[in-house]
Design a protein around this ligand. Structure first.
Ligand SMILES: Cc1cc2nc3c(=O)[nH]c(=O)nc-3n(C[C@H](O)[C@H](O)[C@H](O)COP(=O)(O)OP(=O)(O)OC[C@H]3O[C@@H](n4cnc5c(N)ncnc54)[C@H](O)[C@@H]3O)c2cc1C
Length: 397
């Protein structure tokens, strides 16, 4: 059994080793990945070798048994150096979560093997053009036919879209049932009838691969259904509860990277005969930036620790408020990342606005953390709904 102290020590060692990789090997590539806007396959291979793509897997597959704290540590440390690279790991891990939560023994053995031995990348395909924040109104349909589902529809904004080998795809198996008709299928690259749409040109996270997935009479074996028909919405919500702290961790990493760069810059740049670091007006900015990052980090790892108590069951999640904390962590940390990176650009003055320095990339990368995995407006809807819940229902206290 893993005790609390053992887990702490394991996490400390993990952070040390990821930090070393991030600050030596990943940091070197970050500017070029952004400039080229091409998926960094060398980073994918590095992360597979380091075991970062297996984090969600059970220990016998070299993983950390779905530890959200471990995922947060990896996301934070890699994001410190390169947002796009950390997003690859996050989208992959999120793509595996429905399987991790509700896959059966055969499904886990098959897909985990593909990840651990075959270095297969995963992706999570929920969003559609007409179903963004209102994801439950998705229209991609899976019609049962013998041993297969015939899938038709189009997913958009799929991170790792072109690079992934495995997709968890949210479909309706019964459009008459609304949310209760949503199901999730593991779909493999190469499936007949599945094509990858164009790669999106983005403001930030430019090395991340964002594409449509187009299903035209795609043939998916019924054995790839995760958790049974009609469980898709529940699994999507559970997945997002698990993954939101990790998005928060990514935001914390980006913010810390920007703060550290600005701190060093301020000790070197001289104006009015003194270093920028000696202006009290800037010192106060630094103090606020650092304080916000620490607050965000505390919230992120508190939410992660609660999730690691394996409160995966939806009722328990809701009862102890994990969904609220998870939303708070994502929302607060991503707002902090946007504020801190914008301030870092300001502190560098005109140079902050140039591609020669990393803070403008960090600012562009930070923006999307306020948008994906549910926009921050949606996170506030979730938080507020939790706050008012006891007034709206009689049986919950
Ligand atoms: C780079 C990137 C990567 C992504 N990766 C993935 C992925 O891997 N898988 C995936 O499935 N999706 C992914 N997404 C999609 C992302 O989750 C959606 O973009 C997001 O949920 C918002 O949906 P939308 O873009 O349709 O905006 P809309 O839903 O159209 O929202 C537009 C605006 O209205 C606001 N709004 C909407 N509803 C409400 C409300 N009820 N109350 C208050 N305000 C509201 C929103 O906050 C937003 O400001 C990604 C997006 C981006 C940009």
């Amino acid at each position: 059994m893993v005790t609390w102290q053992m887990a702490e020590e394991q996490n400390r060692l993990l952070r040390e080793s990821v930090r070393q990789i991030a600050r030596t090997r990943v940091a070197k590539r970050a500017a070029e990945i952004d400039r080229a806007g091409v998926f960094p396959w060398d980073m994918a291979e590095l992360f597979a070798q380091q075991g970062y793509l297996s984090l969600m897997l059970p220990e016998e597959y070299g993983g950390m048994d779905g530890s959200i704290t471990a995922l947060c540590i990896v996301a934070e440390e890699i994001a410190y150096a390169c947002g796009s690279s950390s997003l690859m790991i996050l989208a992959h891990s999120v793509g595996l979560m429905p399987l991790m939560i509700a896959g059966n023994r055969e499904q886990k053995a098959y897909f985990y093997d593909r990840v651990a031995k075959g270095h297969a990348l995963a992706a999570f395909a929920l969003t559609e053009a007409e179903a963004g924040s209102d994801a439950a109104s998705l229209k991609t349909v899976a019609r049962a036919e013998g041993d297969f589902y015939i899938v038709n529809g189009r997913k958009c904004f799929v991170t790792n879209g072109g690079a992934a080998d495995l997709y968890s795809v949210f479909v309706t198996t019964d459009p008459s049932k609304g949310k209760q008709g949503i199901s999730v299928l593991m779909v493999e690259k190469g499936t007949k009838g599945l094509t990858i749409g164009k790669r999106e040109e983005k403001l930030g996270m430019r090395g991340s691969d964002t594409t449509d997935l187009i299903f035209e009479n795609a043939v998916v074996p019924k054995e790839n259904l995760i958790g049974g028909e009609g469980r898709g919405w529940e699994l999507a919500m559970m997945t997002l509860n698990l993954s939101r702290p990790a998005i928060g961790a990514q935001a914390v990493g980006i913010a810390q990277g920007a703060l550290d760069f600005a701190l060093e810059y301020a000790t070197k740049r001289v104006q009015f005969g003194q270093k920028l670091a000696d202006f009290q007006g800037l010192q106060f900015m630094f103090a606020d930036m650092a304080t916000k990052i620490e607050a965000a980090r505390a919230l992120v790892y508190k939410a992660a620790a609660l999730l690691d108590e394996k409160v995966y069951e939806r009722d328990r999640m809701s009862a102890i408020g994990v969904d609220k904390l998870s939303a708070m962590a994502k929302c607060f940390a991503s707002d902090v990342a946007m504020e801190v990176t914008t301030d870092a650009v300001q502190i560098l003055g005109g140079y902050g606005y140039l591609r020669d320095y990393p803070v403008e990339r960090m600012m562009r990368d930070a923006k999307v953390t306020q948008i994906f995995e549910g926009t921050n407006q949606i996170q506030r809807v979730i938080i507020a709904r939790n706050l008012f819940k006891k007034f709206w229902t009689k049986d919950v206290h």
